[in-house]
Design a protein around this ligand. Structure first.
Ligand code: FAD
Length: 385
């Protein structure tokens, strides 16, 4: 019998897998998923890693993730494809975006405003005639999310973590104001810490099982894959079109993945797993406005999935003050759970071990929210960035 601290993780998505890997070397870790490992939002993600632009106000957080992905590249079959990202800037936004890029560069971030001619020279597959230029983020990339999650899982298993699939957690057990374990698949598992990383279902798990409320709500987000007339080269950047609910990147085979079109979803169980017809039409109309021969791209595939949103688009990685001792929450990733996984793992490890994270964890504190209501306005990051 091990005398290590025991940890039960509810949810085997990328968050649960990353946390398991970070804790497994010196904890006895059990991960429970009601379905398969990485079977929900994680498997459906576009895999974009844009942490420096997502945390341009907190570069230490962005760099922590980027450095993890660089180090982890080449582990098993996992790879991190580094590509720059460009934001397409219409003339009405030019001044504001030039100021933004100058400020970011002053703060040491790899960001620059490229005027139309410079951008066209660097990225020849685009048609920039309707744009003033682009904001270029020099450090970003993408991963295959499923491969990432199962590589984390295999690492954790090599350190003796146990993964239990088709094993729903039906109760978080407590005694004297502290967690004592979980009831999962009809059996009791003792634990000193219980980490709820159950994606958009975390609100129900916490409220039903430990009477803790958190402000998250489900939202639905979508992807379409298209085959351009000529395959896209490795030099093709990732990018987004501010205000148009669209981001994009090339696939390794030269196809184009377009994501976005995210809206709050009141019926997450019943929602369609296909992209909306309106999104397909929007992409068909928009593509020729920035991609050469964009009207000649053929349809390949589409899908939609559910993730959890918070009121300020940043996750909750914390120990709720009103919850039992030993309870940790890791959810509310707003379409960034893959890229945030290394940060989630470091923060949760710091909460459990009292090690200090190498960045401020304030942006993830639950008490930054005045209310715990799930009735807040959903902010789509693909529409607003
Ligand atoms: C179309 C789409 C595109 C996206 N693109 C990107 C992107 O480019 N970059 C990026 O960083 N992020 C992206 N995301 C977001 C990302 O997928 C999520 O933020 C991330 O997968 C969340 O991981 P998670 O482990 O927290 O949750 P999930 O992957 O949802 O996993 C939660 C797990 O908990 C399990 N569970 C729930 N309740 C219980 C219970 N009671 N007992 C046991 N298990 C339970 C579920 O079965 C599930 O497997 C995208 C999402 C979608 C849908």
């Amino acid at each position: 019998m091990s005398d290590q601290t025991r940890v039960a993780i509810v949810g085997g998505g990328v968050t649960g897998c990353a946390i398991a890997r970070a804790l497994a070397p010196d904890h006895a870790v059990d991960v429970f998923d009601q379905g398969q490992i990485a079977g929900e939002a994680t498997a459906l993600a576009a895999g974009e890693i844009t942490m420096l632009s997502s945390y341009d106000d907190r570069p230490a957080i962005g760099w922590h993730a980027v450095e993890f992905f660089r180090d982890y590249d080449g582990t098993g079959t996992f790879s991190f494809a580094e590509r720059p990202s460009i934001g397409l800037i219409t003339p009405d936004r030019e001044e504001a975006k030039r100021r933004y890029a100058a400020r970011a560069a002053d703060n040491g971030l790899p960001v620059a405003f490229l005027d139309r001619e410079t951008a066209a020279g660097r990225y020849p597959r685009f048609d920039f005639s309707g744009f003033a230029g682009v904001v270029e983020h020099g450090v970003s990339g993408f991963v295959d999310p499923y491969t990432f999650a199962v590589t984390l899982q295999h690492d954790a298993e090599a350190d003796s973590a146990r993964f239990h699939t088709n094993t729903p957690v039906t109760d978080v057990l407590t005694d004297g104001g502290a967690v004592t374990g979980v009831e999962a698949g009809g059996e009791r598992y003792d634990a000193d810490h219980v980490i709820v990383a159950a994606g958009w279902r975390s609100r129900a798990v916490l409220s039903d099982q430990v009477n803790v409320e958190i402000p998250i709500r489900p939202y639905r987000t979508q992807c379409i894959v298209l085959e351009p007339e000529e395959p896209l080269p490795d030099s093709f950047p990732m990018g987004w079109y501010p205000g148009e609910h669209v981001y994009f990147r090339a696939e390794h085979n030269g196809d184009l993945l377009v994501g976005g079109w995210s809206f709050a979803e009141d019926d997450p169980e019943g929602a369609s797993s296909n992209a909306d017809e309106a999104f397909r039409r929007h992409v068909a109309d928009l593509l020729p406005t920035f991609l050469q021969n964009g009207d000649r791209a053929g349809y390949v595939d589409d899908w939609a999935g559910i993730d959890a949103a918070t009121p300020d688009t940043r996750p909750i990685l914390d120990t709720p003050a009103e919850g039992p001792d030993g309870l940790v929450v890791a959810t509310g990733f707003n379409g960034r759970g893959i890229m945030t996984a290394p940060v989630s793992a470091t923060v949760v490890r710091s909460l459990i071990t009292d090690e200090t994270a190498p960045f401020s964890t304030d942006p993830f504190a639950l008490d930054r929210f005045d209310t715990r209501s799930a009735d807040f306005e959903f902010i789509s990051i693909s529409a607003s960035e």
